[in-house]
Design a protein around this ligand. Structure first.
Ligand code: ATP
Ligand code: MG
Length: 378
């Protein structure tokens, strides 16, 4: 949908953007994030042709925008400008309806109906605001009008430059939710600029972390958290970030690999001996292909009188398992709900991959917190 290809922007000798290449797929929400002055606003301005690149090209639907009519292009794009950018001499209603009325794709009645809906969506009462001028509104209210106006254009592309930055945390959270819901429904292509990593993680399909005019990493939130490409990204997201987002922690990150497992043909006597020497109180039973067949606990073994029976004949084959990619939140809730102290982890083919126990969880978590403390001290 939007392709930024080897774009460099210089002002005099100063390099503002240094060879940026980004591919933004249709219907996705991409967050641009980075420290102040790294070039986020400049990137949006280039897409909207407010400024021209020094070299490189931007394509929208495979057409180079340098060759497109600027006015036409801007009508395809809704733009929430940093610090609102409402027209001061127009009322709120006129501000929101300006582009839809220019486009003439909808009747006046349809446009007005949309305006009411949009104001409601951003949490403002129609009657109270419609005839006011931007200067009569607070900064946060103006930002909300800016968001409503960008959506009102019906544009396929929306550029949002720190649209929620002047809002209190509660309004901000509610607008993030609304944006997410709206995006789920409308599937616009949105480029959203923010300073706030938590905001980015809540709404982004992909995050582009920028560092002094360069792309440091462009990836899904999950990959950025799990595999930051360098120290800059690591520091930027913060060490505790992954642990504040337990849905990104997977079973495979916390499981004990190579848990003790036995073949079903083992006898109870052998099983007890294996348990004793490996200091565990249950055994996972796997077949020759390492597929999980069942589980035997020390209790099952002790209650069986004939100790020469095979483990296969006494094991319980209904084992609660999780997949390697199940996340910590799910795993903890399963362990709590079913009050189990351990849970085997299997691959998609049901092969035994690992085991999560309460103590393995505890040791992984405490190691993480130690690491955090060390990095704070050091
Ligand atoms: N017209 C200009 N002339 C000279 N330098 C400029 C111009 N516009 C922007 N810059 C510089 O380019 C760099 C990037 O600016 P930009 O506004 O894109 O940053 P940003 O990432 O949006 O920052 P912020 O988070 O503070 O909004 C800054 O160092 C800025 O001072
Ligand atoms: Mg900016």
């Amino acid at each position: 949908m939007i392709k930024i290809k080897n774009v460099t922007k210089k002002v005099g000798a100063k390099v503002i953007l240094d060879d940026i290449t980004l591919d933004i797929e249709k219907g996705t929400l991409v967050v641009l994030i980075g420290s102040s002055g790294c070039g986020k606003t400049t990137t949006l301005k280039l897409i909207n042709k407010l400024i021209k690149p020094t070299s490189g090209e931007i394509y929208i639907d495979d057409k180079p925008i340098s060759k497109e009519n600027t006015i036409e292009l801007r009508r395809k794009i809704g733009y929430v400008i940093q610090n609102t950018g409402l027209f001061p001499h127009l009322t709120i209603k006129e501000n929101i309806e300006l582009i839809p009325r220019l486009k003439k794709e909808k009747t006046i009645e349809e446009i007005e109906k949309t305006t009411i809906e949009l104001l409601e969506m951003v949490g403002l009462k129609y009657e109270d605001y419609i005839d006011k001028y931007p200067s009569q509104l607070s900064g946060g209210q103006q930002q909300r009008i800016g968001v409503a106006r960008a959506i009102a254009t019906d544009a396929e592309i929306i550029l949002m430059d720190e649209p929620f930055s002047a809002l209190d945390p509660i309004t901000r959270t509610s607008l993030q939710e609304q944006l997410f819901t709206l995006q789920d429904e409308l599937k616009k292509t949105i480029i959203f600029v923010t300073h706030d990593m938590d905001e980015a993680l809540k709404i982004a399909d992909k995050i582009c972390i920028m560092d002094s005019g360069k792309v440091a990493q462009y990836d899904t939130p999950e990959n950025i958290l799990r595999n930051p490409v360098n120290e800059f990204v690591k520091n930027f997201i913060g060490l505790d970030r992954v642990w504040n987002n337990p849905e990104y922690i997977k079973a495979k990150d916390i499981m004990i690999k190579d848990p003790v497992s036995v073949k079903p043909s083992r006898t109870i006597i052998q099983g007890i001996e294996i348990m004793r020497t490996s200091k565990v109180d249950s055994l996972l039973v796997t077949d020759k292909n390492h597929k999980l067949e069942g589980i035997v606990t020390v209790k099952d073994m002790k209650s069986n009188i004939s100790k020469s029976q095979s483990l296969g004949s006494i094991m319980s084959s209904e084992v609660l398992v999780v997949k390697e990619d199940d996340n910590l939140v799910n795993i903890l809730s399963i362990m709590n709900e079913r009050s189990v102290g351990y849970i085997p982890v299997v691959t998609d083919e049901y092969k035994l991959a690992g085991l999560i126990t309460r103590s393995s969880l505890l040791s992984v978590l405490s190691e993480q917190f130690l690491e955090m403390e060390v990095s704070v001290l050091g």
